[in-house]
Design a protein around this ligand. Sequence first.
Ligand code: AMP
Ligand code: MG
Length: 399
Amino acid sequence: MIAVADAQARVLAQVVHPTPPEVLPLARALGRTLAHDVRAPFDVPPADNSAVDGYAVRAADLLDPGRARLRVVCDLAAGAFYEGTISPGQALRIMTGAPMPAGADTVVPQELAELDGEEVLLAPVRAGANVRACGEDVRAGAVVLQRGAVLRPEAMGLIASLGFPDVSVHSRPRVALLSTGDEVVEPGLPRKAGQIYDANRFSLHGLVEAAGAAPIDLGIVPDLRDPLRTRLLQAADAADVVLTSGGVSVGVYDLVKGVLAEIGRIDFWQVAMQPGRPLAVGEIGESHFFGLPGNPVASVLCFLLFVRPVLWKLAGRRDLHPPRFTAVATEAMRKKTGRQEFKRGVLRFTERGWEVSTTGPQGSGILSSMVAANCLIILEEPRGDVQPGEPVLVEPLTT
Ligand code: AMP
Ligand code: MG
């Protein structure tokens, strides 16, 4: 029996190289991981500029108290640049974002100005007011985004503001999905007595996509050695990671371990956790292999704990685990010491702070318990039963 953290460390140690980089147009790179540092080729903003619509002046020309009367030398349109210099007694009408003219150091906002023919009456503002300094956002040469950063929408805007139309990112890890079991039937086809529709391949398909990887659906394979062997070899050929569900328990039809031992390398782990204890991990050729449990909750949980960090590491990410924090349990929870237990929880923010309760019955076949949840409740190995009011660790479900 191994601990969850040890199992995570061992699967991550199997990933040595991230996927190769590819160049994508910026607009198609959402959620991808940067394969290189992004440096600013110039200062942002590239010049001192006005933060408001108003009048660019020399601060020394303003009166306090009282209003200064200055001559308007030019009305500068957006995108235009004033070649001249603002001399004493002069003002330049300026738009938000327009570069400051030479000589001026302060902008009086439109609201504090009154135009009078060719002249303008200006109320006082502090010297330097309403001017955005060259390079105040980003300095030329600075690393604005590091290799391994995930491209969020704001980052895409930042890269575009530096003039780059495309970006080098890691390619999406390819993940082959296979359900095992003679009783498992494709949704849409008739279901005989004793059969169940395939839930896992669909949960896993979504989880793979949500993790930023590319699913390859290889369908359902019966509990027969030859077809299983053929399909697994095909899967390893097509993908960086092969995921199966079912067939890793100790039943007579649980063939995954045996077949894996023939065509690849397999470790079979009893992880000290609930749900999801049996987990097969290994390699087929160059591909990473995960034999996830058949029970729908367990397969989702094992994906989140062991597969997603591997997909993120393959994709070049630096942060491999989602954030966790504590919340106060509002109900009692049964907990056996000596294993890590994962309850499906409902987390809410109240006037008392973060509180969490379970979604109800927690059987590892009860997929609706996962659907109703917005977080996992993590109860560490040494812990026993939880009483209402005790703090517990939670991890929000983000997909
Ligand atoms: P196994 O480890 O293959 O014995 O599967 C454990 C349990 O999970 C059994 O009740 C299976 O019927 C169920 N199961 C296996 N594969 C799936 C699947 N793809 N979708 C839903 N339930 C499954
Ligand atoms: Mg089975």
